[in-house]
Design a protein around this ligand. Sequence first.
Ligand code: ZN
Length: 461
Amino acid sequence: MKKGSDVDVVDIARNIPIGFVPTPTKGYRTHNIISKATLEPGTPQAPATRLPLQYSLGARVLMWNFNSTVDRMKLRKTYLPSYVFAGPKDARIAIKGMPIVCPNVMGDLIETPGTDAFDSVHTFAVVRQTLTMYQRLLSNAVPWQWNSGVNSEPLEVYPHAGLAMNACYSRSERALKFFYYEKFGEVSERIYTCRSTDIIAHETAHAILDGIKPMWLAANTLPQTSALHECFADLTAIFVSLLQMDQIDAIITQTKANLHDKTYLSDLAEESGLALGRSNGLRNADNDLTLSQAGTDVLALSQAFTGAVYDILADMFDFERKPAEKDDAAVLFDVCRYLQSVVARAFFHAPNEGATFVHVVNNMLRIVNDDEMPAQYRNFIRHRFVVREVVNSPLPMNVDAGPGIELRPHIEDERDAVQDRSGCCGTMQHIDYNGGYDAMEKEIHELKQSAGDMKRNGHDR
Ligand SMILES: [Zn+2]
């Protein structure tokens, strides 16, 4: 019976409202209690074999939803499967510079949106989910760059690092820093970069890759090496948002299962992109950039690579779809997880120094071959990277890329290429990696020399 309805629906034959659930009479309840207390128990049954369940130490957290495809700025309650201490912090991640947030009596962190405590919990949750995503892939702990057999220091995370349109990972400070800024319109509005899941996942990815490939961040690397770092961060932001089935379902609905209809990407994270110094949003998978157009612009190079990976995702999904047998969302979820695994392994197995796009592409080809995936997977990878001018194909495109195929680069970095990181995020322009400290040391050294010379020559009188 629906509460508040004007007219109840009535079973005419029995003259009672439909949905009416009778309660036992007092006499029946008394009879039932006496029966249970006095009757002999029956023959003991053999106890059912029951495995003990592990006591769950994880925490439920309240956080912002992932992105605008599912009602931007709506809330999501999610479960982190490991113990979260007051802070919040755990063995790998520690929130800093904020009032301490304590888990409630059930070990959960449920705070009020818009408060410092909520920002701390949201930021912690996204960093934790991003790290966990890669640890599951590698079936191992992923160390931070400074971790060793005797150093297990966590990554410090500052949700409110100060006033700036910026977010970055700093190796020297062992920290992620998320700044806030004023957005001026009719009414000025403060934008917190820590409220964007995209930005948090992107910067966490820089920290994760720096733990595995510490030589890739230096500004004197090849433009393509730097572009791989930025690309890894963008792809991570995309894959983190696709961890959740409701996100996947929303994308299927919005695109009618045609991922080449990229409407869902184009309206994403515009503000987030601005905070990272980009005019066209954080995720730029919706592009047709080629390497000859990108030149030595690291952001453009990374977007060309990200665009190719996105197109491969669309190709694999289209190939695997069987709507009559399996739900599209379930297929896309599986394809996303598999491609993410291929991309991560291809990056992690690229050279520690001087890595270029062709290394990662050939790793992807080898991995799908080793995984015994259909030949079409190799064709998709070859096709998309040929279109982007990353590789040349020795075979016509209508001939299958056979097992063991190795592609040659099409456009390579010039030996003395000077890279342009001006369009990249705060990490790629951070003084830790751009040679700023070296320049300062050089200037101090020159100052000392000059001052010493002047004193020796009597110019100090
Ligand atoms: Zn970045």
